[in-house]
Design a protein around this ligand. Structure first.
Ligand SMILES: C[S@@+](CC[C@H](N)C(=O)[O-])C[C@H]1O[C@@H](n2cnc3c(N)ncnc32)[C@H](O)[C@@H]1O
Length: 296
């Protein structure tokens, strides 16, 4: 690091710390990242309060955050939390950092929940499975934002399940409608739910083993969250092939995928006789979400 970290014995205001932290961090977002770190450590939200002085213990913590970030650790892990739609999620290196395109995936799922409610004209809750839940971003957002849903979140990773449970604890009353269990894809679901899911949603690993990733991703985020195998489409194919028996008669499978996989997955869904196979876009207009209704 080019600059000295902060001395815990010298009185210094948050305003000065903000400026100095921005100088120490690298990259285009240094100022913004410095602001988030200062907010995290100080608990302050408004720059008016930045005249206050930091306590030695806060300086110690800020120094640690700066060291981790300068060593290349993603900001989200350094802060230990990240905003995903309405949720302030706890995240660490056991889980994928939730991405903006997944916020859109949830948005599409919520639209489907709404139209199902209208079609069903029933008072029973919609049953939703979030497979490969990671931090719980998808399933917990759905239970938070949709009316009357029950959500099953599953993941193969013990670490991810612990993080999802921690996030569930922060959800309040809505959390009563969520169950979280560990296991590989459908093996983690209770057998009595066969044929009963109105929505099965997943953002599975979909990156091929040979595909290069930015260092900040490949060195820090769990490879098991990212990579699916030599083709990249192994998990997507598995979910398409094995979701059918778990879906209700009008149930839908909703999958996040990479744009270059979209046509192949549409083809595969049609070959399996899924109905109303559609693609939806991300903010940049790229095909990122496949929605398909259970075959008759
Ligand atoms: C791309 S991450 C998605 C995490 C989270 N749903 C999100 O969107 O931020 C994929 C997740 O699938 C999980 N996973 C990988 N293989 C799995 C398997 N065989 N069964 C269940 N989950 C699996 C990983 O542990 C990881 O949490």
């Amino acid at each position: 690091m080019d600059r000295e970290l902060f001395c815990q014995d010298t009185p210094v205001s948050w305003g000065e710390l903000l400026f100095e932290t921005g100088q120490m961090l690298k990259g285009d977002n240094a100022e913004l990242e410095a602001k988030w770190m200062i907010e995290e450590v100080s608990g302050l939200k408004h720059s008016d309060d930045y005249k206050e002085q930091a306590k030695p213990i806060q300086l110690k913590r800020l120094n640690r955050l700066i060291e981790r970030r300068v060593a290349g650790e993603p900001l989200q892990y350094v802060l230990g939390r990240w905003q995903f739609r309405d949720l302030d999620l706890f995240v660490d290196e056991r889980v994928l950092i939730p991405r903006p395109e997944t916020e859109m995936l949830v948005g599409y799922a919520l639209e489907e929940c709404k139209s199902k409610k209208n079609d069903l004209d029933e008072t029973r809750p919609l049953n939703v499975a979030d497979l490969g839940c990671g931090s719980g971003a998808i399933g917990l957002s759905i239970v938070r934002e949709a009316q009357n849903v029950s959500v099953w979140c599953t993941d193969i990773s013990e670490g991810a399940i612990s993080v999802a449970r921690a996030n569930l604890a922060g959800l309040g009353m809505a959390g009563q409608r969520v169950s979280i269990s560990q296991g590989s894809w459908f093996e983690a679901l209770p057998e009595e739910m066969i044929g009963k899911f109105d929505i099965i949603i997943s953002n599975p690993p979909y990156i091929a083993d040979s595909e290069e990733l930015p260092l900040e991703v490949s060195e820090w985020e769990p490879s098991s969250s990212l990579r699916s195998g030599p083709l990249g489409t192994e998990d997507l194919n598995f979910l398409l092939n094995n979701s059918i028996e778990w879906l209700s008669a009008e149930g839908q499978l909703i999958l996040e995928l990479a744009p270059m996989q979209a046509d192949e997955m549409v083809e595969e869904a049609k070959n399996l006789n899924f109905r109303e196979v559609q693609l939806r876009h991300d903010l940049a207009g790229r095909e990122r979400v496949l929605i398909a209704r259970k075959p008759l």
